[in-house]
Every structure is written in structure tokens, then in C-alpha cells.
Write a protein that binds this ligand. Structure first.
Ligand SMILES: Nc1nc2c(ncn2[C@@H]2O[C@H](COP(=O)(O)OP(=O)(O)OP(=O)(O)O)[C@@H](O)[C@H]2O)c(=O)[nH]1
Ligand SMILES: [Mg+2]
Length: 199
């Protein structure tokens, strides 16, 4: 009886947890985005940092609670040598956020090739992909339409898979809530193909 009651209690109180990978080249703004999401959604966010964010070597993980689900965000280092590690995370993820530095025009072909490798990988099959055109607060950032011209041909290759390109400024928070709302909906819509963990 105790075990049955405990199981029922756990069933009633547990929530679905979805893992979201934050990928993108080094300096794209992944860690800045993670910090902004924590600031916007955590009841007790960490104190604003007073020093610049160092490049991520490895990963930062944060779980954001919402009334009906948890989003577990994995911010993974984007330096060239670290990108080979991304594949290790594909099998257990429910969505991918690919962050682009919209001011980094000289590396736009590298962005395209890297995104292509991610979406082509069999480990990401069926996973919703959100591309974030970051640093829109900067004057020299590429217009969202120009960025879409580069990115959309890659996303079209996804076929029926859910994908979107959104403009954001991770630093200022512009577009961040819209991005999070998109993610929450898409992971739930896709849950038959990628079931959540219960927590
Ligand atoms: N102006 C502006 N700067 C940004 C924005 N987002 C990030 N940055 C800056 O871009 C630089 C790199 O940001 P990070 O968040 O460390 O980039 P990252 O993608 O985590 O980089 P790696 O950890 O090396 O993969 C930092 O100087 C940030 O302050 C933005 O929206 N606007
Ligand atoms: Mg980082």
C-alpha cells in the first residue's frame, strides 16, 4: 500500500523534462543566452556577473521549471575542437537551438556548414531546430532576411521537421521569451517521437 501511494504521489507530482541543446560556433552567444534565460525564468537567478563570460570548455547545464514541464538546457562549447563532442548529446535531446552571431559575416559559410552537419546527423533526426540570429542589438548585424537566405536552404533539407529562424539579442533579452515559447510548444508536439523524461 505504501509503495502504491508513493507511486501515485510521484505520478501526480512529477513533470515532463525535455533536454534542449544550445549549439553554434564559438562566440555566438550560447552562454549569454543561457544566463539571460536563467535571469528571466528562475525565481532565484544567479547574481549578474561582473566579469566577461569566458569561452565554454565543456558544458553548462541549467534546468528551468515551468508550470507543466522542465526545460533542461545544455550549453556546449562551440570552439572547433569541441564540436566533435556535440554528437554525444544528440540521442537524448528533444530540441536544438543553433545560435548564430549575426555580426560574424566572415564566418557565415562556416555557420552554414556546421548547421548542415548538425541537421544531417542521424542522431538529430526528427528533432525540432530553432536557429537564433543573435546580436541583433548591434548595428553591423546581418539583417534577418539576409541571414534567412543563407540558413533556409539548410533547414529546407529537414523536410517535415519543425524549424524556425528568430532574431534575438541574448545580451538584452530581445526575442528570448518568444524563443523559449517556441521550444516549449515544439518539444511537446514532438513527444511521441522523442518522449520526455519524468522528473
Ligand atoms: N552585443 C551583443 N553581444 C553579445 C550578445 N550575445 C553574446 N554577446 C557577446 O559575445 C561574446 C561571446 O558570448 P558567449 O555567450 O560567451 O558565446 P558562446 O557561444 O558561449 O561561446 P563559446 O563558449 O566559446 O562556444 C561575449 O562577449 C558576449 O558578451 C548579444 O546579443 N549582443
Ligand atoms: Mg559559452
Amino acid at each position: 500500500m505504501y509503495h502504491l501511494t508513493k507511486s501515485l504521489y510521484l505520478l501526480a507530482t512529477s513533470k515532463e523534462e525535455y533536454s534542449v541543446l544550445l549549439l553554434g560556433l564559438d562566440n555566438a552567444g550560447k552562454t549569454t543566452l543561457l544566463e539571460k534565460i536563467k535571469e528571466l525564468y528562475l525565481a532565484n537567478p544567479p547574481r549578474p556577473r561582473t566579469t566577461p563570460i569566458p569561452p565554454t570548455v565543456g558544458q553548462n547545464v541549467s534546468t528551468i521549471p515551468f508550470p507543466t514541464l522542465y526545460l533542461k538546457l545544455w550549453d556546449i562549447g562551440g570552439q572547433h575542437t569541441l564540436r566533435a563532442l556535440w554528437r554525444e548529446y544528440y540521442a537524448s535531446c528533444h530540441a536544438i537551438v543553433f545560435v548564430v552571431d549575426s555580426t560574424d559575416v566572415p564566418r557565415i559559410e562556416e555557420v552554414k556548414a556546421t548547421l548542415e552537419e548538425v541537421v544531417k546527423d542521424e542522431g538529430t533526426e526528427g528533432v525540432p531546430v530553432l536557429v537564433l540570429a543573435n546580436k541583433q542589438d548591434r548595428d553591423e548585424s546581418l539583417e534577418i532576411t539576409a541571414l534567412k537566405d543563407v540558413i533556409m536552404p539548410v533547414l529546407v533539407k529537414l523536410g517535415a521537421r519543425d524549424s524556425r529562424v528568430l532574431p534575438i539579442s541574448a545580451l538584452e533579452g530581445l526575442g528570448v521569451k518568444e524563443a523559449v515559447e517556441w521550444l516549449k510548444l515544439r518539444v511537446m508536439w514532438n513527444k511521441e517521437s522523442r518522449p520526455p523524461n519524468m522528473r
